[in-house]
Ligand binder design. Structure first.
Ligand code: SF4
Length: 57
């Protein structure tokens, strides 16, 4: 990833989300397709790096 590339994200329940800036704090994330995706809508892609803010790991 380019050094100055940023990941904008509004998933505020994720522990990696920098909420005031709506940015992901990770240097990189993994995005995977949902199963059987044929809706042609953006929600066919899911951030697999998501962790709930209460997650211990
Ligand atoms: S890990 Fe995924 S869901 Fe969590 S802040 Fe980063 S991009 Fe958003």
């Amino acid at each position: 990833m380019e050094k100055n590339q940023k990941i904008g994200c509004t998933v505020t329940s994720c522990k990696y989300n920098d909420k005031p800036y709506q940015q992901c704090q990770l240097e990189q994330i993994i995005v995977t397709p949902i199963q059987g995706c044929d809706t042609k809508q953006p929600d066919e892609s899911m951030c697999s790096s998501y962790k709930h803010e209460n997650s211990k790991k």
